[in-house]
Design a binder for this molecule. Structure first.
Ligand code: FES
Length: 576
């Protein structure tokens, strides 16, 4: 029997015939006929569970994928992996992305499947699945669960989670009663699916389609839309063909497709988190994505999609306006059209049959962009030798060339204890700095969107320059500099900043500087002492092997290039 389907990767008892006989016996205990067990096997990796609201309709998708697999002559076998529900994890979901990637990789490799469908959606699940599948090397295709529909409050449309933040800021400013913020809370996330704006989940869905790892049109149908189920059925059918063609992901995810995906990330005004994820995904195949390259591509890519948090609309509108296909066609002159896709055609071939309708309220033409260039940029300087990220498209333009006095918080706990103190010494032109919130410091939480101090909110201040080594939710907005690297917790220059220092940021020059002599910064850092590392378990593994944000926060030993070292050993080396 050929080494495929159930005979693939036998359990080792030292007797191949016995292994196969035993596997068949147990497979038959699930009620499968011999004919069914002869079919190619499509694994369906699921990441649902009671702690993941976004993946609530996974069972429906499994049914639809299975229908597609069976119809195309395969045998669908579902298997669970870790689920990462964004709001339900502590300290952050990013800490567990690599754990999920390892789970996905090992289970794809260990179990007898000829191809795999990856059903994910909530922020970290899609990158984790792609990272794992790329490393496992079997034919794979992604299926996202789809975005939520919007709700409404007092006639105003609401969608998680840009509106969560806007309404919470109004509540903090005293404009909303407890009762009314409670009603907002009940209407922010009203269906299954991922956040309704261009947050990390939506960004990764679009990036995955642009990478060629999901079917054309797979990114945008809402979770509760019938089209979502039709895409699922088609994905299952295509997975059977992928198995027959042995079309492995390394033939799809190439430098060309990664650059196409980066163009799309920028053109949708996507999440800063996706830069980390795309870097990690590419790294699994030895493709290096540097922050300098991000700036080159950002300088020539317009923002065309008018979705929150950069614009006005929601994912359901992007879908109705033509989705990723319409966007790709608008971007075509900037794309590498010979890139392969999981559908078996090149990107160029795909774009030759995208429907003509485009909703111009939502998807602008290249001639009339929402933002001309530089939606997301990397900044460098003595405060971020390895780089930092700024989502310029979602910030107050007034703050893009700014110098101000630092107001420093040394940790998340410090910030939460003092940010709203009435006697906090802070003015609107100051620069809020948060230290020790990077990958090692705190698991890199989405805390880079530091709250505006209450006393300034009351004065009408809605944006300030904020700097940290943390991340920011893709649904957030503001003059927020993130991912400062090397991070403070391993002795990066961010650790040297003290309240009263002056900081200058320039979008024009792509600079972020602490206005102190280098010798003074070095002197201050001489006093730096790293906190003790965890002594056991996953926390120990994480602490010893996590790479910096500019390298995708992957574990050094999981990247394709084994010469990379852990962040603690390579800080300052940079990759730009
Ligand atoms: Fe899952 Fe936002 S909480 S995508």
């Amino acid at each position: 029997m050929a080494d495929r389907g159930l005979s693939r990767g036998l359990t080792d008892y030292g007797d191949r015939g016995f292994s196969l006989y035993l596997r068949h016996a147990f497979a038959k205990s699930m009620g499968f006929s011999d004919a069914m067990l002869e079919r190619p096997i499509v694994g369906i990796a699921t990441a649902g569970g009671g702690f993941n609201n976004c993946h609530r309709l996974t069972p429906e998708l499994v049914t639809a994928v299975s229908r597609g697999v069976l119809g195309a002559g395969g045998l669908p076998l579902e298997f669970p992996t870790i689920s990462l529900g964004e709001p339900f994890l502590t300290p952050t979901s990013l800490v567990f992305r690599n754990l999920m990637a390892m789970d996905v990789e090992e289970m794809i490799r260990a179990q007898p499947m000829d191809a795999v469908v990856l059903i994910g959606g909530c922020d970290k699940t899609v990158p984790a699945q792609l990272m794992g599948a790329l490393s496992a090397g079997k034919p794979a295709i992604s299926l996202v669960v789809g975005p939520m529909m919007t709700g409404s409050f007092e006639g105003v449309r609401l969608g998680a989670c840009t509106d969560c933040r806007a309404w919470w800021a109004r509540y903090r400013a005293g404009e909303l009663s407890d009762e009314r913020i409670g009603e907002v809370e009940s209407n922010l996330a009203t269906t299954a699916g991922t956040c309704a704006v261009m947050g990390t989940a939506s960004t990764m869905a679009c990036v995955t389609e642009a990478l060629g790892m999901s079917l054309p049109g797979a990114a945008t149908p809402p979770a509760v839309h019938a089209e979502r189920l039709r895409v699922a059925e088609a994905t299952g059918a295509r997975a059977v063909a992928l198995a027959a063609e042995n079309l492995t992901p390394d033939r799809i995810v190439t430098r060309a497709s990664v650059e196409n995906a980066l163009r799309v990330l920028l053109a949708i005004g996507g999440s800063t988190n996706a830069i980390i994820h795309l870097t990690a995904i590419a790294g699994r195949l030895g493709i290096t994505l540097t922050l300098a390259h991000l700036n080159e591509i950002s300088a020539t890519t317009p923002v065309l999609v008018n979705l929150k948090p950069v614009g006005d609309h929601y994912m359901e509108h992007f879908h109705a306006a033509g989705g990723v296909g319409a966007l790709l066609r608008e971007l075509a002159p900037l794309l590498q059209l010979d890139a392969a896709t999981v559908a078996g055609e090149t990107l160029g071939e795909r774009l030759s049959h995208v429907p003509a309708y485009v909703g111009r309220d939502v998807i602008r033409s290249a001639a009339e962009p929402l933002v001309e260039r530089d939606a997301l940029v990397a900044l460098f300087g003595n405060l971020a030798p390895n780089g930092a990220i700024l989502k310029a498209a979602a910030a107050d333009a007034r703050l893009m060339e700014h110098e101000g006095r630092a107001v420093v918080f040394t940790s998340l706990a410090d910030m939460s204890a003092r940010i709203d103190e009435p006697d906090l010494d802070v003015e609107p032109d100051d620069v809020l700095v948060l230290q020790n919130a990077g990958p090692i410091g705190a698991g890199m939480p989405e805390a880079g969107y530091l709250p505006i101090p209450k006393k300034l909110l009351a004065r009408g201040v809605r944006d300030m320059l904020r700097i940290s080594d943390a991340r920011m939710s893709g649904t957030a907005y503001g003059a927020v500099v993130l991912h400062v690297s090397p991070e403070a917790a391993i002795g990066g220059p961010l650790a040297a900043v003290r309240t009263g220092d002056r900081i200058r940021m320039s979008l024009r020059d792509k600079r972020l500087d602490l206005l102190l002599p280098d010798a003074e910064i070095a002197d201050r850092l001489r006093e730096f002492a790293r906190t003790p590392a965890p002594s056991r378990g996953y926390a120990k593994l994480y602490n010893e092997h996590i790479l910096g944000a500019e390298r995708g926060c992957d574990f050094d030993f999981l990247m394709m290039d084994p010469s990379v070292g852990p962040a603690s050993e390579t800080s300052g080396a940079g990759t730009v």
